[in-house]
Design a protein around this ligand. Structure first.
Ligand code: NAG
Ligand code: NAG
Ligand code: NAG
Ligand code: NAG
Ligand code: NAG
Length: 355
């Protein structure tokens, strides 16, 4: 029987959740969460990477975070992985801290690793060259995984046995949200009106993603929660490329192709690698639903950015909306705290879960 795509996603998302819940209660609250990706899930990595140019450690970012603190999140408050972490267990109020922040406190470093770490770096992509042209430096997905490999050694040192490390890392959850920057950079090097070229590019990107996920499996990861790409063509920065102000279709085509391609990549990995469990969150559909039906999703503005506009970044002195919860987009590419919360609810509990 063919399972409708959306149901399947919900089902697989539940497979990961059920996986946590069938462990003992202690294990459930102790299972670390590790996060990899780009600015959608960066919680301050780039603040600690001097040369990394994609930074959100300045207002108005963080205006709705406790103490209106700019934390490095590209959001008025929390981002999607903060909300997902919170939904995965009462133990987490937010994403675990950046790996680089943990590393700067040597005395607590190893103990803190038992709650997980966030390796995500704004501007990063799946391909090793992505991000460098626009942001000077990013911490690539490959480098993020190398950092995780050192974390594995540090945890083994702490727990005193490779077996204990394997058990812990197999019960951990690995959240990936990356790929947007490949689409953002696409027009600079490709013909945006050739669908065949886009298809080949996406295939290359998702095959490269598969290699990264396989490396994570070899390092002991088993529970993969992969978040797809939002309809980036409808982001304020993309709409300005369209004379009518409509969505940039090639970007949305790319985001949909990415999802379909990741479905087969993840299916293949799960058939090939024993114990490989995954969920693939359809961020495209979840976000598009809000764009198509703003009121039904509690939004008043799903086209323009709350802070800045399609051509201007969010920073002090640009326009800033006062009713942040009414907006889908915080800045020219990233969602608001509220939009992220709603997406997290839909990805974890299924479509239709509202704030
Ligand atoms: C973590 O492990 C790496 C790789 O073995 C090592 O170089 C590093 O010193 C360790 N860090 C700490 C704080 O023990
Ligand atoms: C871009 O792709 C379109 C559609 O395949 C084609 O007609 C056009 O010649 C291409 N342009 C360039 C510059 O290659
Ligand atoms: C993707 O393309 C690059 C360069 O075009 C190539 O070096 C690389 O091997 C390709 N990767 C895959 C997985 O096809
Ligand atoms: C621009 O937006 C319109 C809808 O307003 C859409 O029909 C069209 O395909 C878009 N053009 C491009 C190049 O994406
Ligand atoms: C975007 O914001 C900048 C700076 O505030 C302003 O100069 C520009 O006109 C705005 N663009 C649009 C399309 O509103």
């Amino acid at each position: 029987m063919a399972i409708p795509a959306q149901k399947l996603l919900v089902f697989v998302a539940y497979a990961v959740l059920t996986g946590i819940m069938t462990l003992s209660v202690r294990a459930a609250i102790d299972a670390p969460i590790f996060i990899f990706g780009d600015s959608n899930v960066d919680v301050g990595t780039n603040n600690l990477c001097k040369e990394c140019g994609a930074k959100a450690n300045h207002p108005y970012n963080g205006i709705d975070f406790p103490f209106s603190k700019p934390t490095g999140r590209f959001s008025n408050g929390k981002n999607i992985v903060d909300h997902i972490a919170r939904l995965l267990g009462k133990y987490y109020k937010l994403s675990p801290p950046p790996f680089l922040a943990l590393l700067s406190h040597k005395s607590t470093f190893k103990r803190n690793l038992l709650r997980g770490a966030n390796f995500a770096s704004g501007g990063a992509g799946i391909l090793k060259e992505t991000g460098f042209k626009h942001f000077h430096k990013v911490i690539t997905l490959e480098e993020q995984i190398e950092q995780f490999a050192t974390v594995r050694e540090n945890i083994t040192e702490l727990l005193g046995s490779p077996k204990a490390t394997d058990d812990l890392l197999q019960s951990s959850i690995y959240i990936f949200n990356v790929g947007s920057n490949e689409l953002i950079e696409y027009p600079f090097a490709h013909n945006t009106s050739d669908p065949e070229e886009l298809k080949q590019y996406i295939a290359n990107v998702t095959q490269t993603y598969a290699i990264h996920l396989m490396n994570m499996y070899l390092l002991g990861a088993r529970k993969f929660a992969v978040i797809g790409i939002a309809p980036l063509g409808c982001a304020p920065a993309a709409r300005v490329q369209n004379a009518t102000g409509g969505c940039a279709e090639f970007m949305n085509d790319g985001a949909r192709l990415f999802h379909v391609s990741m479905q087969s990549v993840l299916t293949d990995l799960s058939l090939m690698l024993k114990g490989f469990k995954y969920s693939l969150g359809n961020l495209y559909t979840v976000t598009m639903n809000a764009i198509d039906n703003p009121r039904g999703n509690g939004f008043k503005e799903v086209i323009s950015a709350c802070c800045g506009n399609g051509t201007t970044d969010c920073k002090v002195g640009v326009n800033l909306c006062s009713n942040r919860d009414d907006y889908l987009f915080w800045d020219k590419f990233h969602p608001t705290d509220r939009a992220s919360k709603q997406a997290a609810l839909a990805l974890v509990y299924g479509e239709g879960s509202k704030c």
